[in-house]
Design a protein around this ligand. Structure first.
Ligand code: PEP
Ligand code: MN
Length: 334
């Protein structure tokens, strides 16, 4: 249920209303917008008397929210959420380019790529240290060492770092990481989501391989219900009956998620397609349909990459794409 307050009401009256709602055992999520304040009521609202609340002189309207996701629902929070990572902002018209290798492989590799993508205007550096691989015999990532190398690359370039966390048990190791990524395979690792909710850190939440938009939003809800509003949603392709591509990039998810939720939505055309030459056209299409950012795999030597070389752009290809993305954004901000 949401309670929309009238503009310019006395703070004391608003506080009294909130206290009263809380005394009924409800959680109250307060969203202060430029024009309106919206109170989102969380919990069992079946016994709440809508007519009574509507009749209060400070209340403009009361509406039931039927969707099961509340905190991430745009009805609860009509204005776009802007997630801040240091001085980088994502969402609400702030576009973010995240680039870097699938996996951190060495200091030379990650620092070199970080410098290249920074020169091409990237805002954040990505790089996997803990890798969720389909085969246990494939490279599993440099783990703790990889996290340290990412920090070195951050110190050298000033780019904040994004890297995947696979397990609650590793949480302590990620204390000094700027954005924690929840990979597609962990989108419904509910214990991990709950713990990430307690960190307050920006979380990049990828859509699972075979998950609906509602399931993605319910996973965001797990993080937010534990107190962390800094969630960035990521469409990274889903399994369909496509044959020539790694996944099917569901670009219609971008405007739909923007309609349903106030959270920023970014797109990963690398894992969605699996083929480096298909990445630029899909990145441009994603920018054209209004996403809040892109996450793109870049490698200095794709044929010898330890993971996902086939979908990695070379630094010069990334730089050329970044320019085109800016051009698209100028003409097509949806
Ligand atoms: C990744 O970003 O390297 C990754 C493993 O992505 P996803 O979880 O989308 O497969
Ligand atoms: Mn990858």
């Amino acid at each position: 249920m949401i309670v929309i307050l009238k503009p310019n009401i006395a703070q004391q009256k608003q506080a009294q209303l909130i206290d009263w709602l809380k005394s009924m055992g409800l959680g109250v999520h307060i969203s202060v917008g430029e024009f309106q304040t919206v109170l989102g009521l969380i919990g069992d609202t079946t016994k709440v008397d809508i007519d009574l609340i509507s009749s209060l002189d400070i209340v403009e309207a009361v509406k039931r929210v039927t969707e099961t996701f509340k905190c991430c629902n745009r009805k609860f929070h009509p204005e776009d959420t802007v997630v801040s990572v240091g001085s980088v902002k994502i969402g609400g018209g702030n576009f973010c380019m995240i680039a870097g290798p699938c996996s951190v492989e060495s200091e030379e590799q990650i620092v070199g790529i970080a410098k290249d993508v920074k020169a091409a205007g990237a805002n954040l550096l990505r790089g996997g240290a803990f890798k969720p691989r389909t085969s246990p015999y494939d490279f599993q990532g440099l783990r703790e060492v990889g996290l340290e190398l990412l920090k070195t690359a951050r110190a050298e370039t000033g780019l904040p770092i994004v890297t995947e966390i696979m397990s609650v048990a590793d949480l302590e190791l990620f204390e000094d990481i700027d954005v924690l990524q929840v990979g597609a395979r962990n989108m419904q690792n509910f214990d991990l989501l709950k713990e990430l909710g307690h960190t307050g850190k920006p979380i990049l939440l990828k859509r699972g391989l075979a998950n609906t938009l509602k399931e993605l939003l319910m996973s965001a809800e797990y993080i937010m219900a534990s107190g962390n509003e800094n969630v960035i949603l990521c469409e990274r392709g889903i399994r369909t009956f496509g044959d020539y591509l790694r996944n099917t990039l569901d670009l219609s998810a971008v405007p739909m998620l923007h309609e349903l939720s106030h959270l920023p939505v970014i797109v990963d055309p690398s894992h969605a397609t699996g083929i480096s030459r298909i990445v630029p056209p899909m990145a441009l299409a994603a920018a054209a349909c209004g996403c809040d950012g892109l996450i793109i795999e870049v490698h200095n030597d794709p044929p010898h990459a330890l993971c996902d070389g086939a979908q990695s752009l070379r630094p010069e290809e990334y730089a050329a794409l970044a320019k085109k993305v800016s051009a698209i954004r100028e003409i097509a901000v949806c």
